[in-house]
Design a protein around this ligand. Sequence first.
Ligand code: TYD
Ligand code: MG
Length: 450
Amino acid sequence: MRVKSKFRCQECGQQSTRWLGRCPGCGAWNSLVEEPDQPKTVSPAAINGLLEPCPVTEVPAQEEERFPTRMAEMDRVLGGGLVPGSLILVGGDPGIGKSTLMLQVAHLLSCRMPVLYISGEESARQVRLRAERLGALSPGLLLACETDIDQVERHLRQISPPVAVVDSIQTMFKSDLASAPGSVGQVRECAAQLMRLAKTTGISIFLVGHVTKEGMLAGPRVLEHMVDTVLYLEGDRHQFFRILRGVKNRFGSTNEIGIFEMSGAGLVEVASPSAIFLTKRPKGDVPGTAVAAALEGSRPLLVEIQALVCPTGYGTPRRMTAGVDYNRVALITAVLEKRMGFNLGNQDIYVNAVGGVRLDEPAADLAVACALASSFKDIPVDPGLACAGETGLTGELRPVTGVEKRIRESFKMGFSRFLMSSRSAALSGDDYGLLRADTLAGALEMALLA
Ligand code: TYD
Ligand code: MG
């Protein structure tokens, strides 16, 4: 029997029996989303059997038992392993390697427990071929090609595996809803159904979600608030590195990353990322490159920043960045102009973090400034120097968090000098090789070779 559905405006709650381009209630465009007539919700109370308020001290403290996936980078991002009954969204651009990663994780787990892999995108043969290539053939890995969410639920209830993968949420559909698979209504309803299932049966479900080009509508973003954990697989498709980033985690910290390299045999974990990000540094004294000691979660990461400053050929100067924040580069450029007297108004500026990584912490400011100044003046930066510091608007150099970790990693990777703000916390141990500056001007003087 077909359950009736209705359309509801996401802005004001107005209901309609059919889809309308504009909400008659509030006038918002394109805000109506299909929903089943009686949306089912799952309350945490119903699951835990706690129906009356009670003192927090008397809530039974179940130790969250976790089982590790035995893929170290994945476990790090999950916060130590999978929590039973959790729903984990794995998002990313199409073709970035989500299916590959999930198949590898499913394989690792299937050596110890049955795992159900539900593919809505590829045929069973395709998945088998890929599994063969990845060396992920194991009898514990069960495969189903299905896009009807009710059938998926039936399989999950029947087999009841501890872990399942649904690849991808955009291909799943509920036949009660008229809208097409991949639309906001379908995606949300299917995810809600899987959420209820995970919570009531204790099956941990990985949900693969494509980030769509059109502003991420119907993509993983509409699901972020529903699921327990959100992981994004990022990277430049033309580069080999992939970064798995925790964006939300109800069971652990969110600022950990996992680093992988895409190889012919799938994703390979990278245990010492700094070594790899730096291997292809230009040899000799080349102007326009500096090394930033970044911190991703609890992990220090040394990344080369390259800049090219050259006179504008024609018209407005171009400003381009890859891997670093465009607005921060604009700010640093302005500080260099105003406080150091660099004339950059008639220069094109390109800044790039090498290796396809994305640095969004202000601690990379100093390396960006060094690379820019070095390219502008055509003087190389001291090749034995790594740095970390935030630039203030008045040209001061501000301290950054976790400086000790950054320093240790830099010295471990063979750098002999480390440049930072003079207001950085005092360090335990000796100060050998540490350079401190109050201002960006002072720092650049120390960084650039005379
Ligand atoms: P895939 O996992 O299908 O991406 P997604 O599920 O995120 O859309 O990965 C697609 C890309 O990965 C494809 O372009 C080829 C590459 N790849 C490798 O380089 N090595 C491999 O072993 C595999 C399986 C894929
Ligand atoms: Mg895929």
